[in-house]
Write a protein that binds this ligand. Structure first.
Ligand code: ZN
Length: 421
């Protein structure tokens, strides 16, 4: 489906490094891309479009945007895939409550999301895939799993059957989250799973295909009429758009179990590749005044609301990347005020001269050093606070040269995605 417009990314002199990134499955930093490949590949789980995106979503996509920009700076081609989970219980329930057609609701909210991502200058995915558009392809994958003994039917009264993954077929299951059985069981129940479904072989076995039920959307498929389960959608999109292995599986840290554990398991079943993902990367949770920001708590701060209230998107972006992506952190008015102030200081400090016709970096070793510090910081698990500190110091160090201004402005725009006024 349609993505959003690509922001302009200034090219910088020299070459950045391929970042090392914290792999949450291994608990250590690894190279974020293969050393000898020309293309780096990334899959980031997308939104369920039934409500506007909040700061937690924005922070997650921004973290991966920093990685993509660092890859581009290191000379890599990038292939980026993201899903839109437009067939999902919360969305269908919302549509039912409001009497709106679920497709309309999904398209309306996806459009809000596109506008927010564009306003924050995020590099758009090359493959932006709605689950509703690939339901039959997902069923086909379910059939492959069933034929190879990785899935089994569970009968449904007056319909069906449903199809469930048989996790006992996967000897490597559990290696993403490394959780004990009790924790897995609890999280599975909390996060969309159905441990008590009668007829399953194991409480954790996840749904792959849900047979048609009255009043629910359905598609014709090789598994009969029905709709896709959750985790398999990401497996199918990643395998078909990126191929395996791909470099980065990304998402908020509440997705590491069951979602990423399950979708990687399905990928192993579909492809026979033991390690279909280079690194699992998870972002911290954004809270508001010490409480997790979530739809159910009704304490969402929305990008669209802040922009409507007059906050420059560049300040929102700068605020969100002024703390490390893996930290659980709070969104506060102070954070935004500080970023707005910093943005003004940078714009003022780096507006001294026109950069027309100036060779970037020329005659300003300090600007060159600033670019290198930013690159080094971002190469170390996307340390955006350190990259921002490097710019702060350059700006504070006195009147810059025209060449220095051009270079540092380029670095701010290219690496941090922040456009100065
Ligand atoms: Zn996903």
């Amino acid at each position: 489906m349609r993505s959003w417009p690509r922001p302009e990314i200034p090219l910088l002199p020299g070459k950045g490094q391929i970042p090392a990134i914290h792999d949450s499955a291994l608990g250590e930093k690894v190279a974020s891309a293969q050393p000898d490949a020309t293309t780096a590949t990334i899959y980031v789980c997308g939104i369920t479009p039934y409500d506007a995106a909040h700061m937690g979503h924005a922070a997650t996509y921004l973290a991966f945007d920093l990685l993509i920009r660092a890859w581009i700076d290191a000379g890599r081609q990038v292939t980026y895939a993201q899903c839109v989970t437009d067939v999902d219980d919360p969305l269908l329930e919302r549509a039912e409550q409001t009497g709106q057609d679920w497709r309309e609701l999904a398209e309306e909210q996806t459009e809000v999301f596109r506008r927010e991502m564009a306003s924050l200058h995020l590099v758009p995915p090359d493959h932006y895939v709605a689950v509703a558009d690939i339901a039959e392809q997902i069923a086909q994958a379910g059939l492959v799993l069933q034929e190879s003994g990785w899935a089994y039917p569970v009968p449904v009264d007056d319909a069906g059957p449903d199809l469930y993954a048989d996790l006992s077929a996967d000897q490597l299951f559990g290696q993403v989250a490394h959780l004990d059985a009790k924790t897995m069981d609890e999280l599975f129940a909390e996060r969309g799973g159905d441990p008590d479904r009668v007829g399953k072989r194991h409480r954790l076995d996840p749904l792959l295909w849900r047979a048609r039920r009255p009043g629910e959307p359905w598609w014709d498929s090789p598994l009969g009429q029905g709709r896709p389960g959750w985790h398999i959608e990401c497996s199918v999109i990643a395998a078909s758009r990126l191929g395996v292995p791909f470099d980065i599986q990304g998402g908020g840290k509440d997705l590491f179990f069951p979602h990423h554990e399950m979708s990687i398991s399905h990928l192993r079943g579909l492809t026979g590749v033991a390690s279909p993902v280079g690194a699992h990367v998870h972002t911290g949770v954004i809270g508001l005044d010490g409480t997790k920001m979530s739809k159910s708590l009704g304490n969402l701060v929305l990008v669209s609301d802040l922009v409507a209230a007059g906050s420059p998107p560049a300040a929102i972006r700068l605020a969100l990347i002024s703390q490390h992506y893996r930290l659980d952190r709070d969104w506060t008015d102070t954070l935004l005020a500080e970023a707005t102030q910093r943005l003004a200081a940078w714009s003022e400090g780096l507006a001294a001269a026109s950069d027309e016709g100036v060779d970037v970096g020329e005659g300003d070793p300090q600007a060159v050093a600033t670019l290198e510090r930013m690159r080094t910081a971002l190469a170390d698990d996307l340390d955006s606070p350190a990259a921002i500190a490097a710019v702060d110091e350059y700006v504070a160090s006195g009147p810059p040269t025209p060449g220095g201004v051009a270079l540092v402005r380029g670095a701010i725009g290219g690496l941090l995605g922040v456009e100065l006024g």
